[in-house]
Write a protein that binds this ligand. Sequence first.
Ligand SMILES: Nc1nc2c([nH]c(=O)n2[C@H]2C[C@H](O)[C@@H](COP(=O)(O)OP(=O)(O)OP(=O)(O)O)O2)c(=O)[nH]1
Ligand SMILES: [Mg+2]
Length: 134
Amino acid sequence: MSSEGKKSILVAVGVVQNAAGEIFVCRRGESQHQAFKWEFPGGKVESGETVAQALARELEEEIGIQVSVCEPLMRLEHDYGDKRVTLDIRRVTAFTGEPHGREGQPSRWVPVPELHHYDFPAANRPILDKLLER
Ligand SMILES: Nc1nc2c([nH]c(=O)n2[C@H]2C[C@H](O)[C@@H](COP(=O)(O)OP(=O)(O)OP(=O)(O)O)O2)c(=O)[nH]1
Ligand SMILES: [Mg+2]
């Protein structure tokens, strides 16, 4: 069934980078949309929240870090057919805490040139292109 006319879900996504330039990625669980794909941590923006607030909350919940500095990287829309998402992607350049899969999800630091070895959701293609061009 087409999701045409359906409202897009706004998602705050964090590209968390360490001093070595590696990026922290997690694997989605079996019961989640886009199951088993690798992702940048983040989640839905709740009503009354700004994207920055949602990002801070999601990164605390999912990977146990506190965001100190983030900057917009890009915003994109994608239609999965069953679901339409708007991803607001922020680069997180300063944070406290050590990222880990706080919900038991597999997670790891990956050097940027190796990101393309990971199976990300289709919506992520432009994000990878952008990261790889730097
Ligand atoms: N976090 C994240 N979500 C992504 C990425 N790429 C992508 O298409 N998505 C999609 C998958 C989901 O449909 C949606 C994110 O929702 P989510 O499932 O993470 O939301 P949430 O953390 O609030 O979790 P939940 O409680 O609903 O499981 O955005 C990505 O790189 N990171
Ligand atoms: Mg999430």
